[in-house]
Design a protein around this ligand. Structure first.
Ligand SMILES: Cc1cc2nc3c(=O)[nH]c(=O)nc-3n(C[C@H](O)[C@H](O)[C@H](O)COP(=O)(O)OP(=O)(O)OC[C@H]3O[C@@H](n4cnc5c(N)ncnc54)[C@H](O)[C@@H]3O)c2cc1C
Length: 719
């Protein structure tokens, strides 16, 4: 910071000196005209030295964003002629612009970023994707002030090299016009003679050209993609939704609600992964496991601890009963009743407007449609490990058919699914070994969050093997082993009875026409998601996608959020399209302690170079948590430096998944820590943790001087 102040002072001083010496006054059109003959004579006498001095002055003026760049450009033409003048000006202006951009980046970017972190992230992402395009367009039009563009670009994360070459190429035409005008200086009355209305119009067209060209390219690409296919004369339906999981069901629901004709195709089970193999069974399993854990620790509550007798088959029966109870929400009958044409079978894209459905009865149907939403989800990724096929492995797909509790369960993977299953099985009585190649569980979360989870896992008896890379599986008689490699290079053998593979989820990309329609890049890797734009359109503007298939967040509520956007854009996009926004998307991992998050955590803020303040509140101090015997965890809030604006929250502890909702609401609607503190929370509830976190923030920002005066005031009143 001090370094910055010194440099800034130096810069201001340099500007003041230049100004005081009256050098800027020399940079006028009339002065240039008067001095042209002298300058040309100097050039004839010492061409190299005059060129170097000219170049240095040009760079200085532009780097300091001083007025006079246009006059300097004219001077280039007047002194050196078109060829040499253009060469000098082109390099001097680009160098000066780049320096000005760097000055702005050095002094202003951090400051702006602190205040507008969310917008800056968006801007940076945009600049990364299309910044060169926009800069090029701006550079083509000399009417856009040169120094403003330099300073503005300094606030972005544009690469220096990109800025350099785009500026040099983009400014070339405008520079040539000015340098050329300089060669005709005697005929000019004022600089405004250079840019006639017609010429400005031509430049504006030139500037708009790349933007139009890009839009045209997009339209061309999708038209080209569509051209190979014959568009039906009329459509059977407005929308076909493929997949009746979290994304597909919401899409079909919304379409039917707004009276569109919608066909929903599901080849397996209505409700998809969430209901049948994901959120619902896992949470039901966790509940049984929690009860078992509490029975073991009943003495904490004055009751006699018990070693629970686990009837694993009954636990599984309960899970299926829970699924059956929730099933009607997602059922064929319900959706048919809502007006959705549900077809049970496998869908395949035949063209961008035609879907072939092979019904489970074997009958084949074809449906023409104006739009399609792909909501085909993801499935467990099974790595290609030698010997895996010999160990009858489990995944989240087939786990729910287990009838016997594995004595020694190996869980491969330290992500949310692996963690939830590890703890649940450990609590139900398996001896679980969890193997993770990274150095901690839940790598996406902050270190302190995963550490608390790991601490609980270890206390509960989980054998955690971190920094272990699975190499192969071996079978010897009826014994099964995982051979893993530690970071030290040493190989270890871990014996187990059953293994669950939980190392990620693979989007369902193949086997239903995406390849044939050219929707998959040739080099698509296993865990790659389907590409869509912000409106959730694929390469074909009438084919949309949502859910686990497209990521970037594989959660039920993320799928629903996207489904709304995909459906509204599919049905009404000709009038208005909505871009999907993930800024306030929360999630939770339902371990004990639960880990919930919205917005940035510390590791992300650091990666993105965002200046933040951290406020924490320890749940071990919360009355309700103490009464409940669950006094562990914390609320960690990241706020903008010096402001109460919430950038992100990590909550670790009981009910975190519920408690985070208040922060999601606050962030979404721009409410800061002060507003949170000013909100009444019921005593004694866990939600008070949120308020106390806000209280800690307030304490850290207490107005010390005012409090000092207040103290004096109260003392005075005692007299
Ligand atoms: C163990 C586990 C626990 C989880 N816990 C949570 C949680 O607590 N909270 C949370 O938010 N998320 C959780 N998830 C994630 C959540 O389940 C998914 O994010 C969600 O199901 C994604 O919905 P989707 O619509 O994209 O896909 P899916 O639910 O997978 O639905 C896709 C559907 O498309 C069908 N389909 C595919 N191809 C075709 C075709 N060609 N024709 C017809 N039908 C087709 C499939 O049969 C499937 O039913 C969990 C996942 C797992 C595995």
């Amino acid at each position: 910071m001090n370094k910055k102040v010194v440099l800034l002072a130096g810069l201001v001083l340099a500007v003041l000196v230049v100004w005081q010496l009256g050098w800027l006054d020399a940079l006028t059109f009339d002065n240039l005209k008067q001095q042209q003959a002298n300058l040309m004579a100097m050039r004839d006498a010492q061409p190299l030295m005059v060129s170097v001095v000219y170049l240095l002055i040009y760079v200085g003026v532009t780097a300091l964003s001083l007025p006079g760049a246009a006059i300097m450009t004219l001077a280039g033409g007047a002194i050196f002629g078109l060829g040499w003048g253009l060469l000098l000006v082109s390099f001097a202006s680009t160098l000066g612009a780049t320096l000005a951009m760097l000055v702005s980046r050095f002094f202003l970017r951090d400051w702006v970023k602190q205040r507008f972190s969310h917008s800056m992230k968006k801007l940076d992402d945009g600049v990364e994707r299309e910044g060169a395009f926009y800069l090029f367009a701006l550079r083509l039009v000399p009417a856009f002030p040169f120094f403003v563009i330099n300073l503005a670009m300094g606030l972005t994360r544009m690469k220096i090299w990109t800025f350099w070459w785009v500026s040099q190429v983009g400014m070339l035409v405008g520079t040539a016009v000015y340098v050329n005008a300089g060669t005709q200086l005697a005929q000019l009355q004022s600089p405004s003679d250079i840019l006639s209305i017609q010429l400005l119009g031509a430049f504006a067209l030139l500037g708009v050209f790349p933007l139009l060209a890009r839009k045209a390219l997009e339209i061309y690409k999708s038209r080209q993609a569509l051209r190979q296919w014959k568009k039906p004369a009329h459509f059977d339906t407005n929308l076909v939704v493929i997949g009746a999981g979290s994304g597909g069901l919401v899409s079909a629901y919304i379409a039917a609600a707004v009276k569109a004709k919608v066909v929903l195709v599901e080849k397996h089970q209505m409700g998809g992964d969430c209901l049948n193999t994901g959120c619902v069974p896992s949470k039901a399993l966790i509940r049984s496991a929690k009860l078992a854990h509490e029975m073991r620790h009943a003495d904490h509550y004055g009751l006699k601890s018990q070693q629970p007798e686990i009837d694993f088959a009954a636990v599984m029966d309960r899970i299926h009963a829970v699924i059956a109870e929730i099933e009607p929400h997602d059922s064929l009958e319900r959706f048919t009743g809502l007006g959705v044409d549900v077809r049970q079978g496998s869908a395949k894209l035949i063209s961008p407007w035609e879907v072939e459905i092979t019904l489970n009865t074997g009958e084949i149907q074809r449906v023409t449609t104006r739009s399609i939403i792909l909501a085909t989800g993801a499935e467990p990724f099974v790595p290609d490990l030698p010997g895996l096929d010999k160990v009858d492995y489990l995944t989240s797909d087939n786990l729910w058919q287990l009838r016997d509790l594995p004595k020694r369960l190996l869980v491969l993977g330290g992500g949310p699914i692996g963690c939830e299953l590890t703890q649940a099985f450990q609590r139900l009585g398996s001896q679980v070994t969890q193997v993770e190649r990274g150095e901690r569980l839940m790598a996406r979360e902050d270190k302190d969050a995963s550490q608390l989870v790991m601490q609980h896992f270890r206390q509960e008896g989980v054998d955690l093997r971190l920094q272990h890379q699975a190499l192969r599986f071996e079978v010897a008689g009826d014994k099964k082993y995982l051979i893993a490699q530690k970071v030290t290079g040493e190989e270890v053998s871990i014996e187990f009875d059953r293994v669950v593979i939980a190392v990620g989820r693979k989007p369902r990309l193949r086997g239903y026409g995406l390849e044939e329609l050219g929707l998959l890049p040739e080099e698509a890797k296993t865990l790659d998601t389907l590409n869509t734009n912000n409106y959730l359109q694929t390469l074909y503007p009438n084919i949309f996608a949502c859910g686990d298939l497209i990521g970037p967040y594989q959660f039920t509520h993320a799928a629903s959020h996207q489904a709304w956007h995909a459906t509204v854009n599919a049905l009404f996009g000709d009038f208005k399209k909505f871009a999907v926004d993930y800024r306030f998307l929360p999630w939770a991992t339902f371990t004990d302690p639960e880990v919930a998050r919205v917005g940035l955590n510390e590791q992300e803020a650091k990666e993105q170079g965002i200046d933040y303040e951290v406020t924490t509140y320890g749940i071990d101090d919360l009355d309700r948590a103490i009464a409940d015997g669950q006094a562990y965890g914390f609320v960690k809030v990241l706020t903008q430096q010096g402001k109460d604006k919430i950038l992100g929250v990590t909550l670790v502890g009981p009910h975190s998944g519920d408690l985070i909702a208040e922060f999601v609401l606050a962030m979404k609607h721009g409410l800061g820590m002060n507003k949170l503190l000013g909100t009444i929370h019921i005593y004694p509830t866990m939600t008070e943790a949120n308020k106390f976190a806000a209280g800690n923030w307030k304490k850290a920002h207490a107005p010390e001087t005012v409090l000092g005066w207040l103290q004096k005031f109260h003392q005075w009143r005692l007299k």
